[in-house]
Design a protein around this ligand. Structure first.
Ligand code: SAM
Length: 322
């Protein structure tokens, strides 16, 4: 099956390439090599790209990074994007460290829901995975998100064999206690500096570990889930368990997303080398019509990308946004 242009209704917007954590699978060296501020799109530019993408069929926008909550006045950006005609769903992916104090303000500005990266519930393991002893702040952020209604809350956990595999069971226990979806994301070694390729654990193995402990998982359909995750539950669970298996199973056919990097490039496929420079057009005085035509061209091009043609091997999730 090929994409039709209409399948693509989701834009992930990386608002900054800065991050306050040093996750071993993402940016273990920290902000080394990041762009100066001039190179990063400002709010007017992001808003314009989102408006033009909405004119081409995009209905959902997710803010990501780097760490989007490090972006100064991000609630202002949320308010602007929530007001763009055609955008029905505005969400944010965060490591959760700054979420507690900002949750109510983000909700009031028009944010609908959050995904929070959480790779461990053991404090020492969390520190080893992310470089910082900040688990209590993240858990505070999670509870505040539930309190103010940034729901459904999804917790994203990247599992690495010799690092946090033992956290799978305690993380599933969170989904038993709280109305959250805990989602296991297959680790994808993306650059020379991220963790070892051998740390990859297929989600089939994680499911096996969960079922040995909790019994068989029951498949469920989560309303408005969209995206590549498949969801399961166990009896009496308050939440759900999800698997995003980007390595072990190809979901190119169902991919509905474009990515806008913090330095203004649109990527039709996470694993593709090719990207399209929108910043040059934005700053070079291009008309809305010119930029809209480029977006339509990218949507047409997207149908060409599959796991076979897309072979980018050395890239930083930090600037693309995962
Ligand atoms: N700072 C935010 C956060 O921590 O969620 C947003 C940026 S982060 C790059 C976005 C997503 O990328 C996270 O859900 C993270 O789990 C995922 N990610 C980053 N590196 C990855 C890798 N090597 N393999 C799989 N997922 C990865």
């Amino acid at each position: 099956m090929r994409y039709s242009m209409n399948n693509v209704d989701y834009l992930r917007v990386s608002v900054t390439d800065r991050c306050n954590l040093r996750c071993i699978y993402c940016n273990p060296l920290g902000d080394h090599g990041r762009r100066d501020r001039e190179g990063i799109l400002d709010f007017d530019e992001i808003q314009r790209v989102v408006r033009l993408c909405a004119a081409c069929g995009v209905r959902k926008v997710r803010l990501t990074g780097g760490e989007p909550l490090m972006c100064r006045n991000v609630a202002d950006l949320v308010g602007r994007l929530a007001a763009v005609t055609g955008i029905e769903d505005l969400s944010l992916t965060t490591n959760g460290v700054f979420l507690g104090p900002m949750a109510a303000q983000l909700r009031a500005a028009g944010l609908k829901r959050v995904n929070i990266s959480l790779d461990a519930v053991d404090r020492q393991c969390y520190r080893r995975m992310t470089g910082f002893d900040l688990l209590p702040q993240v858990l505070d952020g999670l509870h505040k998100a539930l309190e103010v209604g940034l729901t459904p809350v999804r917790l994203n956990c990247v599992v690495m064999k010799d690092r946090n595999l033992a956290q799978v069971i305690p993380l599933v226990e969170m989904a038993l206690r709280l109305p959250v979806s805990v989602r296991f994301i297959e680790y994808c070694p993306t650059s020379r500096v991220t963790g070892r390729a051998e740390d990859y654990v297929p989600n089939a193995e994680i499911r096996r570990i969960i079922e040995v402990h909790f019994g068989p998982l029951q498949s469920i359909v989560v309303p408005d889930a969209g995206g590549p995750a498949v969801y399961f539950t166990t009896p009496n669970a308050a939440g759900a368990i999800g698997f995003i298996s980007g390595r072990s199973s190809m979901f190119c056919d169902n991919c509905s997303r474009l990515r806008l990097s913090s330095d203004g490039k649109i990527k039709p496929c996470l694993h593709a080398d090719q990207c399209y420079d929108v910043r040059g057009l934005l700053r070079g005085g291009a008309s809305d019509e010119t930029i809209r035509k480029l977006i339509q061209e990218i949507l047409r091009e997207k149908s060409r990308y599959t796991r076979i043609t897309s072979t980018a091997e050395d890239f930083l999730m930090q600037s693309i946004g995962g």
